[in-house]
Design a protein around this ligand. Structure first.
Ligand code: SF4
Length: 398
């Protein structure tokens, strides 16, 4: 977004998007000492205060300038809905220009073999340009990139709720709305803020970035160094079918994506996580499992199979449980670690983008019918091995 054209509220950056060095420089311009940056940072990151007024013993004039220059929180309002008996909290965040984004907080109680976890799934864009047909966000289209502070403030929102209950966030995954590696100039600073011990302070191994396969972005993430976990939205191992299910496959074919992921695993020592949404009769056949085995055999990888959430504009449904189990068994017998995942929060529409889509209202019935007919035709051609003749979606990079 060009800030000069943004609504007045948006022209004040969010405090959480500033590095400590930027804050020190801003203070120095006003003749203020560097230690004030630590005071302000403590207020931003403590999770215990709702505004700068609640926290810091600052001189009145500095407080006034700080408030005029920056927003303490870039999320104007958050609606939280509970599901799964309280184990899932779906948050719809209203941003200052009216854009809506979602985050999902998932609680995993302690087990004999593992301590309790609280994992937050966050959004990196409002809408998404990639347009995966099984995804509610893809149906919404692309609105805009999120600013760094708008990404980080989803985390601060969930963290405040947890801290009030005496709990703390343990994991963050970039798997919400948007393709994070198409907004890398804002996502990388957000990751650094979340990882920085003087800011949010979450270990790199507890931060996962999920991509549908932006190869240059994977390489930039690898070059960053620390051991962030990489997840690839794979969905199909055959190019013809993946062209339909993940349209940016027309720009970066699946073999190139997996090669970049292998380089990430070799550089960081971290296992790659591959996500596969299981769609009945589309990507769940023996031929698909065999192609996945051929693609991933011997890799430092783990495959998650996830039954598809029903979304209005597709003719598809989730694969039956026995089909998913057979698919998993074929991968496992080839030595590929595989887990069948439940789908958290279905009762509140926790498929990425569903809450925002409901807010936007149902698309007109003729548009849904046209879309369904196109998907039927495209997937039928793909199952015969025909590559798509359509161009890659606009805005997914050259
Ligand atoms: S699945 Fe991810 S990449 Fe695909 S349209 Fe949805 S948000 Fe975008």
């Amino acid at each position: 977004m060009d800030l000069a054209l943004a609504p007045p509220e948006m022209q004040r950056p969010g405090l959480s998007g500033l590095t400590p060095g930027m804050l020190v420089a801003w203070l120095a311009e006003r003749g203020e000492p560097a230690y004030r940056a630590r005071q302000i940072g403590d207020a931003v990151w403590s999770g215990k205060v709702a505004s700068i007024d609640d926290a810091v013993p600052l001189p009145n004039e500095l407080r006034r300038q700080l408030t005029e220059s920056f927003r303490f929180d870039t999320v104007a309002r958050t609606e939280v809905t509970l599901a799964d008996g309280g184990l899932t909290e779906k948050a719809l965040h209203h941003l200052d220009d009216g854009a809506l984004v979602e985050s999902v907080l998932m609680h995993y109680p302690a087990r004999p073999s593992a301590s309790e976890r609280h994992t937050l799934c966050i959004s990196s864009q409002a809408g998404c340009a990639v347009g995966c047909p099984f995804c509610a966000t893809g149906e919404l289209g692309f609105t805009r990139d999120l600013q760094t502070a708008e990404i980080v403030d989803q985390v601060r929102s969930a963290s405040r709720r947890l801290i009030a209950e005496g709990r703390r966030l343990t994991n963050i995954v970039f798997m919400g709305m948007g393709e994070p590696l198409l907004n890398l100039d804002r996502v990388l600073p957000a990751i650094e803020a979340l990882n920085d011990p003087h800011r949010f302070g979450l270990g790199a191994r507890h931060i996962t970035v999920s991509t549908s396969g932006v190869v240059p972005g994977i390489r930039r993430l690898t070059a960053l160094g620390p051991q962030f976990t990489l997840a690839i939205s794979l969905h199909a191992a055959r190019d013809a079918l993946r062209d339909v299910l993940v349209p940016l496959n027309r720009r970066w074919p699946v073999a190139d994506v997996v090669a970049a992921a292998r380089e990430h695993a070799a550089a960081t020592g971290r296992r790659i996580s591959y996500e596969v949404v299981m769609i009945g009769g589309i990507n769940d056949t023996e031929a698909d499992a065999e192609a996945m085995v051929a693609l991933l055999r011997g890799d430092h990888a783990h495959v998650n199979l996830i039954p598809m959430n029903a979304v209005a504009h597709t003719p598809w449904r989730a694969s039956p449980p026995r089909v998913i189990e057979r698919f998993a068994a074929m991968l496992e017998s080839a030595g590929i670690q595989t887990t069948i995942r439940g789908n958290r929060g279905q009762e509140v529409g926790a498929a990425c983008g569903q809450l925002a889509a409901e807010h936007a209202g149902l698309p007109p019935a003729p548009a849904v019918a046209r879309r369904r007919a196109r998907l039927v035709a495209e997937s039928a051609a793909a199952l015969l091995g025909e590559r798509s003749h359509e161009p890659a979606p606009a805005g997914v990079g050259e």
